[in-house]
Ligand binder design. Structure first.
Ligand code: 5AD
Ligand code: SF4
Length: 461
């Protein structure tokens, strides 16, 4: 989601006439996009902003404009200007369209501008005009790779998981209209995207929060009644340039028979789902207020595996939640094995201000959190290796992204399962085309193989 927001910020700046700086050190404007989910992420953003503002105050880079956007801007509100003296502006994540205008004002000498998200704001106001368009703006990583892109379909989150700051900083759920989503998907395809991931904090809640009703004049020939399957069908039908559709993040209670059928029967929908589990202990899941227990989670995994051939399931897990015992932790370990995750992101619990669990003592020692984290990662490495070995000898369809990040002589792309595949590029290959690759070697996170004939290289437009 932050990659998407950073992409949008970069595009808005370019649309207002700003140019990319070759390097952050020579930029006239630096905008830090922040995340509040864990304290470490906030510390990093604050550290970065502090350095930039110090350079400005000391006179080394007197004209530098330093801005903050993302969740942290909402969480800290005006207080950020006390924490980061000299900060030029701070803007909430749903008001990103104001950034060019704020930059202009700061280039003209203003400072300390705070632009909160208005109640019920949507991210789509008319673009601001820029008079200072000659300034160069630092666009760093991470921005998405051309054939892959993201489109937000659901803002905010109405769930109240005990540990999570997202509903506090991103507001309540608001589903976007399918026609607006289609227009944005089309724009992404026009820019070269072939694989679009639909985003929502709890994406299966799409169309389920109050105030939304699916437009009656958009039919579902496949007979879907739920909003997310209908949206998947609608996008697949209306945008032929869209090769692949994904959505993230999932929730086990959203894994309905209809959604499973949509994943199986709509060819563009990828056999891949990110389904955060958080814990394998019923006691901890209850304390987290996740709304399911281990049995219910596993039922969702089974429904997906039975209904969607070759599906890859990935997850998020938190270690060291308040009161998590060794026994709870071992239950998480066994649940990860039972679910057979293709990949897992493990997070050390971090108390966040204003959340329910921040009232509880953060009683698992940091050293123990680190141990649990390392154990789960080692387990996942072994499991990833085992699962990926099943792909050796098979031919997979790879959407080409470009030179591999590690070794530019080899290229990489992804399968529908979101597995990274590294191969030697045949002549004429281009990002956004599809190649068939015979997998020869597996690693926990990557497959290696050779492009096989016959190739039908789809031209990249
Ligand atoms: N501490 C640690 N991890 C967290 N996450 C969310 N809030 C916290 C927190 N307070 C993790 C969850 C979520 C992922 C995006 O971040 O696992 O799925
Ligand atoms: Fe946070 Fe829970 Fe909403 Fe996910 S579903 S964003 S963990 S409150």
């Amino acid at each position: 989601m932050n990659v998407r927001d950073s992409d949008l910020t970069a595009r808005r700046m370019r649309a207002a006439g700003f140019a990319d700086a070759p390097d952050e050190d020579v930029a006239d404007v630096v905008i830090v996009n922040s995340c509040s989910v864990r304290e470490k992420a906030e510390d990093k953003a604050l550290g970065k902003l502090g350095l930039l503002c110090a350079a400005r105050r000391s006179g080394r880079r007197p004209g530098l404009v330093v801005g903050l956007t993302g969740c942290m801007a909402n969480r800290l509100a005006e207080n950020v200007f006390g924490l980061v003296p000299g900060l030029s502006f701070s803007v909430g994540p749903r008001s990103g369209d104001r950034i060019p205008e704020l930059v202009d004002r700061c280039l003209a000498g203003e400072s300390g501008l705070w632009c909160p998200d208005p109640e019920g704001a949507t991210a789509h106001r008319a673009a601001a005009r820029s008079e200072n368009a000659a300034a160069r703006c630092a666009v760093g990583d991470p921005v998405s790779r051309p054939p892959c892109s993201y489109v937000t379909i659901l803002y905010g989150c109405n769930q109240r998981c005990s540990y999570c700051i997202v509903p506090h900083v991103r507001g309540s759920e608001e589903s976007r209209n399918p026609r607006d989503i289609l227009a944005e998907v089309r724009e992404e395809v026009r820019r070269g995207a072939r694989d679009v991931c639909l985003l929502g904090q709890s994406v299966m809640r799409y169309g389920r929060a109050g105030g939304f009703s699916w437009p009656e004049d958009i039919p579902s020939p496949m007979g879907f009644t739920e909003p997310l399957p209908r949206l998947l069908e609608f996008l697949a039908r209306e945008e032929p340039g869209l090769t692949r559709i994904r959505f993230t993040s999932g929730h086990p209670l959203g894994v309905t028979p209809e959604l499973v059928r949509a994943m199986r029967e709509i060819p563009q929908v990828c056999p891949h789902l990110h389904l955060p589990m958080q814990s394998g202990s019923d006691r901890i899941l209850r304390a987290m207020r996740r709304g399911y227990d281990r049995g219910r989670y596993m039922a969702a995994v089974r429904a997906l595996r039975e209904g969607v051939p070759d599906i890859a399931i990935t997850t998020d897990v938190i270690v060291g939640y308040p009161g998590e015992t060794d026994e709870d932790f071992e239950l998480t370990r066994s649940a990860m094995e039972e679910a057979g995750f293709d990949n897992a992101f493990v997070f050390k619990y971090s108390p966040r201000p204003g959340t329910a669990s921040a009232q509880l003592p953060d009683d698992v020692a940091d050293e123990e959190k680190r141990r649990r984290d390392a154990v789960l990662l080692a387990d996942q490495d072994a499991r990833g290796q085992r699962i990926n070995e099943r792909w050796v000898g098979r031919v997979v369809e790879v959407l080409v992204e470009g030179p591999s990040l590690r070794n530019a002589e080899r290229w990489s792309g992804r399968t529908g399962q979101n597995k990274i595949v590294v191969f030697e590029p045949p002549a004429g290959v281009a990002a956004g085309t599809s190649v068939r690759v015979k997998v020869e070697l597996a690693r926990p996170q990557t497959l290696y193989g050779t492009v096989v004939e016959p190739q039908e290289l789809q031209p990249a437009e």
